[in-house]
Design a protein around this ligand. Structure first.
Ligand SMILES: [Zn+2]
Length: 109
């Protein structure tokens, strides 16, 4: 028997409350990407955890966020609000323009 829940069976609300780590994860900040540490070389999270006076190590097999040389464990990325658990809603994606800019073509990159 696998230790993982059967993905074909939907989780009940009770299961979701009991396992917050199974919530979906979204990263909307530009420049950040998800990485997986696949070795045991010494690398550190770029942010100290609350109450710590040292930078903690990223561990073999750990999923983390990376932007250029900056690496953050998921716990610190959550504390910095780089991780969301809800998808963007349409009202968050569209930006309203003042009436005098409506005729100006919008440059999309
Ligand atoms: Zn961290």
């Amino acid at each position: 028997m696998t230790p993982y829940p059967d993905p074909r069976i939907p989780l009940s609300d009770d299961d979701q409350d009991a396992a917050p780590a199974q919530r979906r994860i979204f990263v909307f900040e530009k420049g950040w990407r998800i990485s997986l540490k696949t070795n045991s070389t010494r690398e550190f999270c770029y942010q100290m955890a609350p109450g710590d006076n040292h930078y903690h190590r990223l561990l073999d097999g750990e999923v983390f966020l990376q932007k250029d040389d900056e690496k953050l464990c998921l716990a610190c990325a959550c504390r910095r609000r780089l991780i969301a658990h809800e998808p963007r809603r349409l009202k968050d994606v569209f930006v309203s323009l003042p009436a005098d800019e409506l005729g100006v073509p919008l440059e999309v990159r």
